[in-house]
Design a protein around this ligand. Structure first.
Ligand SMILES: [Zn+2]
Ligand SMILES: [Zn+2]
Length: 258
């Protein structure tokens, strides 16, 4: 069975879906899923964008549904690292998904949802340098989420990613992932765009060349309609790049088969 390893529920402050509805939708689609709610910093609120982990773990619905597993989308900012480590030590989660929505540069918060007036190449250099720091500092994650994140939001860049200009930094990040035995998430959120699919094919080819072995599939759904979107394409891409599709259960990697 295919597993959507990146789904948000009402435990994330930007999502209203109940775990029950998510489970029903997954059943209708013939999929399993992992709830990966945000534990991060929210620049719009000026506060941490978190949820009550203990309430989540005790939630009888989250606990009792067999096609749902329990994860966290961990914002890889230095201020949260010790809290993330405590969550890992609880031994109750199935999956830790690392993601970089913000970084700190000279003690200033830098969101990757807007350009800050920068040109595309220096901007993406900044992004990938932050990614290297994030992966170096947080070896406990199982997979790294949406490495195309800024391209969703920054309109003036029109979905472009200057891959050639930042290839050396991407390779450095992917080598670190391979060394730490971390999977790369194939995030299918932008797959309606041909340009995005071409970028992902390139990411997967380079990840393989850097020693990467496994990929998770994540729709990053915040709505029921987007759960499991484009997973056929993700399967084809993983096969083409000779990467193994996986998911995590009880913090252990499992091969994903149909
Ligand atoms: Zn995210
Ligand atoms: Zn997400």
């Amino acid at each position: 069975m295919l597993v959507d390893s990146h789904i948000h529920s009402h435990y994330s402050s930007d999502c209203r879906l109940s775990p029950n509805k998510i489970a029903q939708t997954l059943r209708n689609l013939g999929l399993c899923g992992v709830l990966t709610d945000h534990y991060d910093f929210d620049h719009t609120q000026g506060s941490f964008f978190t949820f009550d982990v203990f309430e989540f773990l005790k939630d009888p619905i989250v606990k009792g549904i067999d096609n749902l597993s329990r994860g966290i989308e961990m914002g890889l900012v230095p201020q949260l690292r010790s809290i993330h480590e405590k969550h890992v030590a609880l031994g109750e989660f199935d999956f830790f998904l690392g993601s970089l929505h913000y970084a700190y540069r000279d003690d200033e918060l830098f969101e990757f949802t807007r350009s800050h007036g920068m040109d595309i190449v220096p901007y993406y250099k900044e992004y990938w340098l932050s990614m290297i720091d994030a992966v170096e500092d947080n070896g406990f994650i199982h997979a790294l989420a949406h490495v195309d994140y800024p391209s969703r939001y920054i309109r003036e860049f029109e979905g472009e990613i200057p891959l050639d200009d930042v290839e050396h930094l991407i390779r450095k990040t992917f080598k670190l992932l391979a060394q730490k035995n971390v999977s790369l998430e194939i995030n299918t959120r932008r797959f309606a765009q041909e340009k995005a699919k071409a970028q992902w094919r390139w990411f997967l080819k380079v990840f393989k060349e850097c020693g990467g072995e496994s990929v998770t599939f994540g729709s990053d759904a915040h709505t029921l309609e987007t759960i499991g979107n484009h997973f056929r394409t993700a399967q084809e891409m993983a096969a083409e790049a000779r990467l193994t599709p996986v998911y995590y259960k009880n913090a252990k990697r499992c091969e994903m088969t149909e």
